[in-house]
Design a protein around this ligand. Structure first.
Ligand code: FAD
Length: 356
């Protein structure tokens, strides 16, 4: 049905936490599925990035998962893999709220038509819309920093990490100062010798994450995107908390951090003339926002990022980015979905009839 151009009011790209929150609020605010809005998702099945996380990430080791609006996740078995629990919950959520998700549809580009509508070109036909909510996350853009030299052993990014089994008995170097590095260390150190390197001295938080520290961290990231600077993850400014994974890594003696090496060698890494041989390197070095398809809109500022006010692109009020920068967490994505829809409804002058 969607092989010709389909006209809607709003297109949401991505059906992760941020896209589903946006879809829920569009529906609540009286937009009808399909005719008025549609969610285009590149994956074959529900779950967003959660469907791709390592099978070894259990609900007990997830930092903190916030339910989507108006449907609670039943208390999960702490030992259950997050990559099964969360996609199951998202599938039930899409069904309960009758959200119009079309998949698999990969958006290739978004451009502006002379008539003022947006053209959303995909691998499964084209859509046009008056407004766009981009909720494409970061999972598909793992970031690998450049270091000179060539290592001939196994190297992988955290996005491809599938648990510790393949590293049994080896010496494994883990790069990165965030929560994913801690998760990898806590698992791999059970079966292998680990070496941890980070660019900066890791910042530790004593207590659990409070509302106040959360707000302060989000405000820092928000300030950067308002200026159009490249996005930093919220986690990068919150510090490492005393999580289950952190405690396990500590018990295993895996948290002795070394500074970043300066080059890769055939069999490992080197700091000056001091070389260390390793069997494998896991790069837990983060992700970047998946926004390449927005390039034709010319939103990138001279600072290298997209300037955002709240969720709205400063240079084009038809475009909202949710799950981006300050809203790249499950709670932030929920709020951003609502905020974006409030502004878009105002922009369109769309109906405000309640959904139930
Ligand atoms: P995603 O879940 O990544 O969804 C994006 C969707 O967009 C995907 O379905 C994808 O297929 C689709 N898509 C992408 N590009 C296109 C395209 N061109 N066309 C069509 N569809 C497209 N946050 C927490 O609050 N708690 C945690 O415990 C937590 N753990 C994390 C662990 C890791 C390893 C990482 C990397 C992040 C973690 N986060 C956590 C932050 C996380 O990014 C957010 O919480 C949230 O899950 C992201 O949701 P999202 O909707 O923005 O993106």
């Amino acid at each position: 049905v969607y092989d010709a151009t389909t006209d809607v009011d709003v297109v949401v790209i991505g059906a992760g936490q941020a896209g589903l929150s946006a879809a829920y609020h569009l529906r609540r605010r009286g937009l009808a599925p399909y005719a008025d809005f549609v969610v285009l998702d590149a994956d074959d099945a529900p779950g967003g990035a959660w469907a791709h996380r390592s099978p070894s990430l259990r609900m007990a080791t997830v930092h903190g998962f916030h339910d989507l609006p108006d449907f609670e996740l039943p208390p999960p078995d702490p030992a259950a893999p997050a990559r099964e629990v969360v996609p199951g919950y998202f599938a039930a959520y899409e069904a309960k709220h009758a959200l119009p998700v079309v998949r698999p549809v990969r958006v290739r580009s978004v451009s502006s038509r002379p008539d003022g509508r947006l053209l959303i070109a995909t691998d499964a036909g084209d859509w046009t819309a008056k407004a766009l909510i981009n909720a494409t996350g970061t999972w598909s853009r793992p970031f690998l920093p450049y270091y000179p030299g060539h290592f001939t052993g196994r190297q992988l990014h955290y996005a491809d990490y599938r648990g510790p089994a393949e590293f049994a008995g080896q010496r494994v170097l883990v790069v990165g100062g965030g929560a994913s590095a801690i998760q990898v260390l806590s698992e791999v150190a059970e079966v292998a010798e680990t070496v941890w390197v980070t660019r900066r001295e890791p910042v530790y938080r004593d207590g659990p994450f409070t509302e106040e520290s959360g707000r302060a961290a989000v405000a820092l990231v928000e300030q950067r995107v308002r200026q159009g600077l490249p996005v930093r993850s919220v986690v990068s400014v919150t510090g490492l908390g005393p999580s289950v994974a952190y405690r396990r890594a500590e018990q295993l003696g895996a948290l002795h951090r070394r500074p970043m090496f300066d080059r890769l060698t055939e069999h490992g890494v080197a700091w000056g003339d001091q070389e260390l041989a390793v069997d494998a390197i896991v790069w837990a070095t983060g992700f970047r926002p998946e926004v390449g398809h927005l390039a034709p809109l010319g939103l990138r500022s001279s600072g290298g990022g997209i300037r955002i006010d709240g969720t709205r692109a400063v240079d084009d009020p038809r475009i909202h980015l949710v799950g981006y920068g300050p809203s790249a967490s499950t709670i932030g994505a929920n709020r951003a979905g609502r905020a974006a829809v409030n502004e878009i409804v105002r922009l369109l002058g769309a109906p405000t009839g309640a959904y139930r």
